[in-house]
Unconditional design. Structure first.
Length: 402
């Protein structure tokens, strides 16, 4: 289904996000999607991603500075809000060179708005009587959704206008790296046509949402998996210590990322058990036959990644955390589409390398400094499969400095 060119359209679930993220890369179809994908691909080139390492490390410095106090007090804490602020700070800096210092400020209004937008989006989908726009917009949920849309659009437009004025005066920066917004503002298609203001805003809003909440969720679940499996945590820490041996700084370099082999396996296994995007939809452009069953064109197919990743017909001991299983991931018995945390096929996540590099740096920095434990009285991590896979009561830990 994911590899088929007959299933490139997105289902109605995504249409309800149109007032928020517009007809951008996530929602658009056909020629509109193909054009956007071509224009955005340079923003995720190897040479661009390499320059973001300093941003990841700076944000990690702030994060460990906050967690040091919790380590000293010995109190239990929910990691999720700390991780969300950290990844938002990173995405603001990488996407728009915007210094908001959100980790020190605390619960930024942008986070509150995106959290409410995602919840409203999910709740509308599961309540059919809210599907018609003329009903939804008069409900409390609808009014809150539209108010938050206005706010996030205003934030994006203010940053866009400021950057455009700067580019008009100074041109493209020659000394610092280009960020996501720089590339969008200077992008031209094969006809020499630039992106419109609305197209740019749609992609900025999409990148802001998809680029911070999903990574924060993935990283938080990763910490949980290592805390729950102390032998794997020790192995990860030994690997990090080996890579950083003899250095005065804990900063992760670009050359370090490829050396963190076991950490990469653990990240994959955590994403298998706790995929940040629990399900996706595809609309069929043509009839598709799967194992003798014909699915007519126009139908919407739900792909439940959260269950696909624990399918006992595919995975041995599907509920166990076994990072080593991915050592054989390229073997004959491993179906490429059995592991799809970033979707797959032509509509896979364009920012997956950005997200993976970011998570590797954050996790390496945390486990270089702390030992994570799950407190005996911690609430159970009940999974909430919404737009992003959350834990109902957060993810609680107690940490000690190493």
């Amino acid at each position: 289904m994911l590899e088929s060119p007959k299933a490139r359209g997105f289902g109605f679930f995504y249409q309800f996000a149109l007032p928020w993220i517009g007809d951008g890369l996530i929602i658009s179809n056909g020629a509109t999607w193909a054009r956007a994908r071509r224009l955005l691909t340079p923003a995720f080139h190897f040479d661009i991603l390499k320059n973001y390492l300093s941003v990841y490390n700076t944000a990690a410095d702030t994060l460990v500075g906050k967690l040091d106090k919790l380590a000293e007090s010995g109190e239990s804490f929910d990691l999720c809000p700390h991780m969300t602020l950290c990844t938002l700070e990173i995405i603001l800096k990488c996407a728009m060179s915007y210094d908001a210092d959100v980790q020190r400020i605390g619960d930024h209004p942008y986070i509150k708005a995106t959290r409410e937008l995602a919840l409203s989006w999910f709740e509308r989908n599961r309540q059919p009587w809210l599907w018609p726009d003329f009903i939804f917009k008069w409900t409390t949920l609808g009014k809150t959704f539209l108010k938050n849309c206005d706010y996030v659009h205003q934030v994006a437009e203010e940053i866009m206008n400021k950057r455009r004025n700067q580019l008009n005066k100074e041109g493209l920066p020659s000394k610092r790296h280009l960020d996501f917004l720089d590339i969008l503002l200077s992008a031209r298609d094969e006809d020499g046509k630039p992106m419109t203001d609305l197209e740019i805003r749609n992609e900025v809003d999409t990148f802001m949402f998809a680029g911070h909440d999903t990574t924060a969720t993935a990283a938080s679940w990763m910490v949980y998996c290592l805390a729950k499996n102390p032998e794997c945590q020790t192995k990860v820490q030994d690997e990090i210590d080996s890579v950083l041996e003899g250095r005065d700084s804990d900063c992760i370099l670009w050359s370090d990322i490829s050396k963190l082999h076991f950490l990469a396996l653990c990240i994959k296994e955590a994403m298998r058990l706790y995929p940040p995007i629990p399900f996706i939809q595809r609309r069929l452009n043509e009839d598709v036959t799967i194992e003798g069953h014909k699915i007519p064109a126009g139908n919407i197919v739900n792909v439940a990644i959260i269950y696909l990743h624990r399918n006992p017909a595919v995975w041995d001991q599907p509920h166990a955390f076994i990072p080593e299983r991915f050592l054989d991931a390229n073997g004959k018995d491993q179906d490429y589409f059995s592991f799809t945390p970033f979707s797959a096929g032509s509509r896979n996540c364009i920012g997956q390398n950005f997200a993976l590099n970011e998570e590797k740096v954050l996790i390496a920095r945390l486990f270089r400094r702390y030992r994570f434990e799950i407190p005996p009285d911690a609430p159970p991590p009940n999974r909430l499969a919404r737009t992003v896979l959350k834990s109902e009561h957060g993810l609680w830990f107690r940490i000690k400095k190493r």
